[in-house]
Design a protein around this ligand. Structure first.
Ligand SMILES: [Zn+2]
Length: 116
């Protein structure tokens, strides 16, 4: 399953951050999930606990922030959020648009528990 490898990569990256910060535990992870990044929210939520099992990330709460697709119109210069799957400008209806947001899956923040 595609999302399991994504979840494993996510856990791996958070483990590295945690090790670098000498944290005892990871309490929470916030990720930005772009509409176009190809990761399904439900599948990720399902796979995350499997990937985190037995690691310092095991008890972390995963917070998923969904990011809408954003396009910049080459005709009228407006930024808008198109209704997928139609990549057209909401202002003028042009399809001459550049995708400027919604493609990425990134870790936006990690909440660590430090030793006293
Ligand atoms: Zn436009």
């Amino acid at each position: 399953m595609h999302e399991l490898s994504i979840a494993l990569a996510l856990v791996d990256e958070v483990e590295q951050i945690s090790a670098r910060e000498r944290a005892r535990n990871v309490c929470g992870i916030s990720v930005s999930l772009g509409e176009l990044c190809g990761v399904e929210r439900e599948a990720l939520e399902f796979c995350f606990p499997l990937a985190a099992e037995g690691t310092c990330v095991e008890r972390a709460k995963l917070i998923i922030n969904e990011v809408k697709t954003e396009v910049l119109c080459a005709e009228c210069g407006r930024r808008s959020n198109p209704e997928m799957p139609c990549m057209i400008c909401a202002g003028c209806g042009s399809s001459n648009v550049e995708i400027t947001g919604g493609c990425d899956f990134i870790i936006s923040s990690v909440e660590l528990e430090q030793d006293e």
